[in-house]
Design a protein around this ligand. Structure first.
Ligand code: PEP
Ligand code: CO
Length: 450
């Protein structure tokens, strides 16, 4: 039996159109956008309501300390990089981190990619000027091209369709890789053994050997380790471009309620989380689990007001606060926020984004971050929650599965000069494969020091 939606619920999905909306492109032709939106509205959903519900339950477990969340992927996905190799390497990296964290935290790890839809970017300026020429800023592949020409930088609504189809093929690979045996526990562990066998990372070898023994112990006890061949892997992106999110929002026939079927998890960015904004209004009306990024200017009252808008009844798993304070500020600013939210009583899942508060420009002019700052913010996040008796629920990181050189530091020390070797990101710098695995091993070291 399908449940008919309440017409007021359906009408509510368009209220955002009359509200202040930040970070949207200036489309040259509104009728073209309308045509593309109608087309998107007729295409199949990319994810299913029941999957979003399952994720919400796992995030509820993370809010209680019964699971740990790992969200990772590019700052901005691109169409050109949605290749089988890139997608596989990213999944591999996240799964490798997850095995280490599962062991270290003795908790199930909820795995989410900033993948299959992370195409729209907020920018600090609407325009970019180079050598006296001013053009629209690059807002992500779903809107315009990176190349600095008037043709590429003009927003093109057909890119929404390309984003949809590229997301569909990315998700298809994710589903194949995570259910077809490629991701079995034994294989992922073998990859980690390969990593720690590199003399540069011998510091982590003991931990890898412990995981080895744990797996052999499970087998000896009769657990069918080989049966651990399928993992749940969810998609997530910033819910930024509402001309894309609205037509992919569908009524769930089981409940008559709307779900944004572009991804399992959507988050509202630091720049678009104003209480009266189109973004907060729109996402308050869909059933998906939601995130909100909270930067260093966030007050406790802001956080409570966001809970009032996005999770008034206090449903566990509905709302994740992704804090991104910066390594130098997290120990000062996070406690008051967490205390205020905790006193309110409605549950949230606390996740640390140690990337976006730690940006610097290198002497050579690259936008970068220091691995040591990233790890310091993670350490601060754990310290604050430990001191308050609250739950550090997970990590949100920008990473890639390849050997790029975008973040300074790590054991294979990338220095200022080294950045130029393979700096490929179009927006923010990402941890490379090795730095990502180091992060996971170092998080386990932090957990043990507790
Ligand atoms: C991002 O996650 O890439 C981003 C833009 O983050 P924030 O909204 O926290 O600045
Ligand atoms: Co980013």
């Amino acid at each position: 039996m399908s449940v008919e939606p309440d017409p007021r619920v359906v009408a509510g999905l368009d209220v955002w159109e009359s509200l202040p909306v930040g970070q949207q492109p200036q489309w040259p032709d509104a009728s073209e956008v309308r045509r593309v939106r109608d087309r998107l509205a007729g295409l199949p959903p990319l994810v299913f309501a029941g999957e979003a519900d399952a994720l919400r339950a796992q995030l509820a477990a993370a809010s209680r300390g019964d699971a740990f969340v790992l969200q990772g992927g590019d700052c901005a996905e691109t169409f050109a990089e949605a290749t089988a190799d890139n997608i596989r390497n990213k999944i591999k990296t996240i799964l490798q981190m997850a095995v280490v964290l599962t062991y270290g935290a003795s908790l199930p790890v909820v795995k989410m990619g900033r993948m299959a839809g992370q195409y729209a970017k907020p920018r600090s300026s609407d325009v970019e000027t180079r050598d006296g020429v001013t053009l629209p800023a690059f807002r992500g592949d779903i809107i315009n091209g990176f190349e600095f020409t008037p043709e590429a930088r003009t927003p093109d609504p057909d890119r929404l369709l390309e984003a949809y189809h590229t997301s569909a093929s990315t998700l298809n690979l994710i589903r194949a890789f995570t259910t077809g045996g490629f991701a079995s526990l034994l294989r992922v562990h073998e990859w980690n053994r390969g990593f720690t066998a590199n003399p540069a990372y011998s510091r982590y070898e003991q931990l890898a050997a412990e995981i080895d023994r744990a797996i052999r112990f499970m087998s000896a006890c009769g657990a069918d380790v080989d049966a651990l061949r399928a993992v749940d892997f969810y998609s997530a992106h910033e819910g930024l471009l509402l001309d894309y999110e609205r037509p992919l929002t569908r009524i769930d026939s089981r409940t008559g309620l709307p779900y944004d079927c572009s991804a399992h998890f959507l988050w509202i960015g630091e720049r678009t989380r104003q209480l009266d904004s189109a973004h907060v209004d729109f996402f308050s009306r869909v059933q998906n689990p939601l995130g909100v990024k909270l930067g260093p200017t966030t007050t406790g009252d802001d956080a409570i007001a966001l809970m009032d808008r996005l999770n008034p009844t206090g449903e566990a798993g509905r709302l994740t606060f992704v804090t991104r304070m910066g390594a130098g500020k997290v120990r000062d600013l996070l406690p008051a926020l967490v205390e205020k939210v905790t006193a309110d009583g409605r549950p949230v899942t606390w996740v640390c984004d140690p990337m976006h508060g730690n940006g610097i420009t290198s002497a050579s002019g690259y936008k970068t971050r220091r691995f040591s700052d990233v790890m310091d913010e993670v350490a601060g996040f754990f310290e604050v929650h430990r001191a308050l008796g609250t739950v550090p629920g997970g990590l949100h990181v920008e990473l890639t599965g390849d050997d790029v050189t975008e973040v300074l530091g790590g054991t294979e020390e990338i220095d200022d000069e080294g950045l130029a070797r393979r700096y490929e990101t179009l927006v923010d710098p990402r941890l490379n494969h090795q730095q990502s695995l180091e992060m996971a091993f170092q998080v386990v070291e932090l957990l043990r020091r507790a």
